[in-house]
Design a protein around this ligand. Structure first.
Ligand SMILES: Cc1cc2nc3c(=O)[nH]c(=O)nc-3n(C[C@H](O)[C@H](O)[C@H](O)COP(=O)(O)O)c2cc1C
Length: 305
């Protein structure tokens, strides 16, 4: 058998392999270029970007947990103009799909950021709807169908770029949110963002994070993510990009069997920056070993009892 085809097409964007670096865990790629060419990855989802630069939350912003981390970075980023002028040109010189991940405190923030990116050659926009809606008292956009739909609709009207809406797992039924954003024109959904958690120092009785609470990620969340990807894959027609705790090629294959058309890898990169490269190579080997010609043939192919 010739080499299996591990390329994927997500809403018209070709990725040479299904591995994408997850937003917030890979910066804008620069720190990793000393280790390997970024082109070894199918894509990069850049650090969450807002209309104006943001300093993020007060430290401590990271707490270790069994098999994962809690973070409350608070969207520290240099702002969309810096991204467009400094990071995007460097990334676009390489053969890698560049995904801008955007966040906002108001609908206008999302609209303006998306409209600005529409004028660039970024390949796709990922909407982070796990941040607070300031006008609604800080409620997270993505925890209600109405909130998730309103952001998606606004961004859909602001850009012709493919839009991937990133869902929060901190909801009662993630399939309802997925259907709501699909109805407003999302081209894909990505999931999961982090699970809300908390840790306390028993000696000081202070929460370890200055923000008190933070988002849990890493291998600890993997089974939750697989379950949600499977549920959402069965609820919508648009592609699902799976993430949450992936740390190996085997995890990536499992996520794709659950229904992911491509995957993102985040926290695992902190312990081994080569995980995305090894995962891409391992997926190809899995297909060869099992006589599968193309990666698309495993997507959603779990056989439920
Ligand atoms: C330190 C850190 C920063 C993150 N920043 C962002 C962000 O800016 N935007 C976003 O959509 N997700 C962000 N995430 C969430 C990840 O992209 C991903 O959804 C989550 O961590 C689950 O995947 P993982 O277990 O592979 O890390 C961040 C995660 C971590 C650990």
């Amino acid at each position: 058998m010739s080499r299996p085809d591990i390329s994927v097409n997500i809403c018209g964007v070709r990725l040479k392999n299904p591995i994408i670096a997850a937003s917030g865990t890979y910066g804008f790629g620069e720190e990793y270029t000393d280790l390997y060419p970024l082109e070894k990855l199918g894509g990069i989802s850049c650090k969450g970007t807002t209309l104006l630069p943001k300093d993020g939350n007060i430290p401590p912003r990271i707490a270790e947990t069994p098999s994962g981390i809690l973070n409350s970075v608070g969207l520290q980023n240099p702002g969309v103009e810096h991204f467009i002028n400094e990071d995007l040109p460097r990334l676009k010189r390489q053969d890698i799909a560049v995904i801008a991940n955007i966040a906002g405190a108001s609908i206008e923030d999302y609209e303006k950021t998306a409209a600005r990116l529409d004028e660039t050659d970024v390949d796709m926009i990922e909407l982070n709807i796990s941040c607070p809606n300031v006008k609604q008292g800080g409620a997270t956009w993505g925890v209600t169908c109405a909130g998730a739909a309103s952001v998606t609709k606004a961004v859909r009207n602001a850009t012709k770029k493919p839009i991937m809406v990133k869902l929060t797992p901190n909801v009662t039924d993630i399939t309802e949110i997925a259907k709501a954003v699909e109805a407003e024109g999302a081209d894909a959904v990505s999931l999961i963002n982090t699970l809300l958690g908390m840790r306390i120092d028993i000696h000081t009785r202070r929460p370890i994070l200055h923000n008190n609470v933070g988002g849990l990620s890493g291998p600890a969340v993997f089974p939750v993510a697989v379950r949600m990807v499977w549920q959402v894959h069965n609820a919508v027609k648009i592609p699902v990009i799976g993430m949450g705790g992936i740390a190996s090629a085997e995890d990536a294959v499992e996520m794709m069997l659950a229904g992911a058309s491509a995957v993102q890898i985040g926290t695992a990169i902190f312990t081994d920056p080569y995980v995305p490269v090894k995962a891409a190579e391992g997926i190809e080997k899995y297909l060869s070993d099992n006589g599968i010609e193309k990666i698309g043939d495993i997507v959603g192919q779990v056989k439920p009892w």
